[in-house]
Design a protein around this ligand. Sequence first.
Ligand code: SF4
Length: 291
Amino acid sequence: MKYTGPIYRPPYEANTLLLQVTVGCAHNKCTFCSMYREVKFSTERIEQVEEDLQEAQMRYPNTRRIFLVNGDAFVLSAKRLKPIAELVHKYLPKVSVITMYASINNIKGKTDEELAELKKLGIDELWIGAETGHAATLDYHKKGFTLEDSYEQLERLNKSGIRFYFGFMFGAAGKGKGIENAVATAKIINTVKPLGIVPTTLGAFGETELALDVEKGIFEPATEAEVLEEQKKLIELVEVETFYMGIHSLNPVSFDAKLPEQKVAIIQKIDDMINRMDRSILESVQKRRSV
Ligand code: SF4
């Protein structure tokens, strides 16, 4: 299999076959992201994709799930994604789910008919970097879409039947705004009803725009205590049935849970963590490293 540049996938796809269809990220402008900063975006040739699938057929013939690499692979037009999905089924006939990272703008770029067609071809789970339900925070982080776009495009995805995981960040709104961010993010989650919600925690890494803003005092990061209170508030407010998929090295408390059933138990778990943590840590801004 040919892989070019840095490869990232959700921790939950650790056992999924990775097939590269794009290199880097087509957007590559989010304030906090250093993942593909040095990589020029390009698409993989269909001949190479087919070669990789031929190799996968020999080495992993029982593959049932496949993750299309890279940062926003759903940026590929339906016209390009269709032959890729067809080749996946040709060489790996047991595959039932084709999944990948997607931006809200990638959904916007496809018609309802195209989304329905992609769903029929097995493109049935997307990992969406929605980040927040708080309009000003979304705007600050330069995701390239508005909150209205998020509501609208995720509803379109629901209508097409394509399921999705809603990725978001605790601490995204900065110091003193954690509860506001939790309330707004819970609101969109309750409206668009994702299959799973996938939190990470904002970190100001190395050379990112966010790190520079922190240095200049333009963005003030949330303390650990604020992040934990935000986490509690969000969990408290989520009313729809969804999976809380919080196992990530950036999160101060990492766990999975079924919501809303396990709400009380996990809020208790976070409270226990707060009670056990040293006051100096709670009041500090923890350094988080890119993964
Ligand atoms: S967060 Fe996602 S969309 Fe934004 S630059 Fe990084 S990979 Fe691209």
